[in-house]
Design a protein around this ligand. Structure first.
Ligand code: GLN
Length: 529
């Protein structure tokens, strides 16, 4: 069977949830026994998300192979539950860089290098590589941005050509639009959709299906109208209403039989759709009892997307524990020694996510100190593991000068430092999947029920082994170690109900129906408060 390609575009407005729709379709096809892979094209010129501000762009999602990617890849992995890789995330910056590198190497035999065919060929090549590497039956390719933007034009031209290259029945275009409700006239408006499809058709792409986002039900007659004006089959006009949980989208699409339409178009014979497990998870969400209140203390809280995977992981554990969850984001810079108790005393758990730079570290340390002293369950990720050690060294072990090289280049007591073995590395960041041995008998080993785990990382600084002796005999136990590089991967406190911090990012491996053990245990500890 030849690989099938679904191209997902968006129009009218950004933030329509086309990534969620694309991932939901991926899940439906997976539940029909197909092997699905996903790929995202981002129209910006950045080569990857490495240098992008979490406050502008949201979190950097990290794959097993260490690609630093767009947060949509997190949705893909959570929905489809397939691990993606560096081929799954392509920016226009990467495409242009490759073309320019080839030009410098004289690979174009003196020809004039142009958007068509050189940039478009490179885009098609990236699609083909991802298909070959993933060995998927169906690859879903989401084109970032909104149709009509200048930046996405080369991508749209490339996917237009793609149908010519591999054939009509091996390609499917799904366009996502918004159907706004005009309160004054009490009507839903289909005109923006018609205009957006017209724009897409002017670029040579006739969508095969349209997904309409709206805040209320779209009537059949309106769907008929869209089908007629936009030249798509009636059964391929699908609506997705605003919902409480993004995880309701796959069944919403299934109800309208989008998977049948897709399989028919591709001529695929598959087993029927089986969403049992997914529906069970939704049932858990609906039947959740009680409430667990978690404070997320961080420095990028003004943009929820900056900690997207952390929020989702917390929710997954709440689903699994049949409890409702409220996550309040607390800006670290608003915390001080006087108000910390007042701000945090009503929470059953405190989580501090990753971060960079010395801004607002005091606020995070006030939260950590409060969690440690008041015996509130604490989960610290990466940066927040560094800060948990610094806080402990300063206030319990009485080393007021303990700090991280990240905050003070000339520090006398850098208990967190650059790894000397890594100095001069081309890639100073330690990104991607690394092993971690868990100390037998530790709480962490009990949580994971094993002594060897693999987790995703993204850091430059780590525990300075030369200062570890300062912690000997204290309550701080180093319960996770990477044995190859001798790096401390996790710590916990004795004499505390639940205080854990890790160098790795467990949030990248949590799935809605397979919550991550560390988050699961954190929420369970919080529920006991
Ligand atoms: N800034 C820290 C480092 O580079 C931690 C990174 C993080 O939290 N992801 O090591």
């Amino acid at each position: 069977m030849s690989t099938k390609f679904i191209f997902v575009t968006g129009g009218v407005s950004s933030s329509l949830g086309k990534g969620i729709n694309a991932s939901s379709i991926g899940r439906l096809l997976k539940q029909r026994g197909l092997k699905v892979s996903m790929q995202k094209f981002d129209p910006y010129i950045n080569v990857d998300t490495k240098n992008m501000s979490p406050l502008q762009h949201g979190e950097v999602f990290v794959t097993d192979d260490g690609a630093e990617t767009d947060l949509d890849l997190g949705h893909y992995e959570r929905f489809v539950d397939e691990n993606l890789n560096k081929y799954s995330s392509v920016t226009m910056g990467k495409i242009y860089l490759r073309v320019i590198e080839k030009e410098r190497q004289g690979k174009y035999s003196g020809g004039t290098v142009q958007v068509i065919p050189h940039i478009t060929n490179e885009i098609k090549e990236a699609i083909n590589i991802s298909a070959t590497k993933s060995k998927a039956d169906v690859v879903i390719i989401e084109i970032g941005g909104t149709v009509g933007d200048i930046e996405s034009l080369p991508c749209l031209e490339a996917i237009r050509q793609f149908r010519r290259d591999v054939g009509y029945h091996n390609t499917l275009y799904i366009h996502n639009t918004l159907v706004p409700y005009i309160a004054a006239s009490g009507e839903l408006k289909t005109k923006p959709t018609q205009h957006s499809v017209k724009e897409l058709r002017s670029l040579g792409i006739n969508p095969d299906a349209i997904i309409l986002r709206s805040d209320r039900k779209i009537s059949d007659s309106q769907k008929d109208k869209i089908a007629l004006f936009c030249d798509v089959h009636k059964e391929a006009v699908i609506d997705v209403r605003d919902c409480k949980s993004i995880y309701e989208v796959p069944p919403m699409l299934a109800k309208q039989k989008i998977d049948d339409f897709i399989c028919r178009h591709f001529g695929l014979q598959t087993p029927p759709l089986d969403l049992t497990e997914w529906l069970k998870m939704l049932e858990n969400i609906k039947n959740a009892k009680g409430l667990v209140k978690i404070a997320l203390v961080g420095k990028y809280v003004s943009l929820k997307d900056a900690y997207l995977s952390v929020y989702e992981s917390l929710k997954h554990s709440a689903f699994a524990n049949n409890v409702n969850i409220r996550i309040d984001s607390i800006d670290a810079k608003t915390l001080n020694a006087n108000n910390v108790g007042e701000v945090l005393n009503s929470y059953q758990g405190i989580i501090c996510p990753g971060g960079f730079g010395d801004r607002d570290i005091d606020g995070i340390m006030f939260a950590i100190k409060y969690a440690r002293e008041q015996h509130i369950p604490y989960l610290g990720i990466c940066y927040a593991m560094h800060l948990a050690m610094i806080e402990y060294a300063r206030h319990v072990l009485a080393y007021p000068k303990a700090t991280s090289r990240e905050f003070d280049e000339d520090a006398d007591l850098a208990i967190i430092d650059l790894n000397p073995l890594r100095k001069g590395f081309e890639k100073p960041m330690r990104v991607g999947l690394y092993s971690c041995h868990l100390k037998p008998g530790s709480k962490l080993a009990e949580i994971y029920q094993t002594n060897l785990i693999y987790e995703r990382h993204r850091h430059r600084y780590e525990v300075n082994n030369a200062t570890l002796h300062l912690f000997e005999g204290s309550d701080m136990v180093f319960s996770g170690i990477n044995e190859e590089e001798k790096i401390v991967e996790a710590l916990e406190l004795k004499n505390h109900p639940w205080f854990m911090a890790c160098q790795f990012h467990p949030e990248f491996l949590s799935r809605p129906n397979r919550a991550h053990p560390l988050f699961l245990a954190f929420i369970q500890a919080a529920m006991k408060m």
